[in-house]
Design a protein around this ligand. Structure first.
Ligand code: FE
Ligand code: FE
Ligand code: MG
Length: 169
């Protein structure tokens, strides 16, 4: 923990332990999103895999990167990232949707819901931190940009899946 760094955030009117808790909730969401994408990539069917797999795996890697960056910031703020997977369920806002149905369309719908949840989580936090903690603010804006990209990518693939399904019938 950087003492001065934490002090500056505190003086700017942010309750640092509460911020750490919010970042830990986002951290739990990111781990679960990572696993949801990986599991989905492994079982998905119903669409040419070369179109679907690289996107799901790329998103998984990006969610893991978000978790890493959040962990770094949590530590800088004097907190400890939640390292117990059982606790991720407890802290998560967006939850975990197991890809029990392997249909690519269903998996994409589940992942889309998770992305939209992430977008609203980050959007809320960014609004609260504006002008108070520039470092966390900047990090969360960067993550939000990628979540928005994820939503767009999934929407695009979803349209492809739907048109493929139409052609089959
Ligand atoms: Fe993410
Ligand atoms: Fe995402
Ligand atoms: Mg992508």
């Amino acid at each position: 923990m950087g003492k001065l760094a934490v002090n500056i955030v505190d003086k700017a009117g942010v309750r640092v332990p509460l911020l750490v808790e919010e970042l830990n909730k986002a951290y739990a969401d990111e781990w679960l999103a990572y696993i949801q994408y990986m599991a989905g990539a492994q079982v998905a069917s119903g669409m040419p895999r070369p179109n679907l797999l690289p996107e799901l795996e790329e998103h998984a890697a990006e969610e893991l990167d978000h978790a890493k960056k959040l962990a770094k910031r949590i530590i800088e703020l004097g907190g400890t990232p939640i390292i117990e997977p059982k606790m991720w369920y407890k802290y998560s806002t967006c939850g975990f949707a197991a890809p029990k149905d392997h249909d690519a369309k269903i998996i994409l719908e589940q992942n889309l819901r998770s992305e939209r949840c992430a977008i609203s989580v980050y959007n809320k936090l960014i609004n609260v931190l504006d002008g108070r903690d520039p470092v966390t603010h900047k990090l969360l804006v960067k993550i939000l940009e990628e979540e928005i990209e994820h939503e767009q990518d999934l929407e695009d693939i979803y349209e492809d899946v739907k048109s493929l399904n139409c052609k089959k019938k």
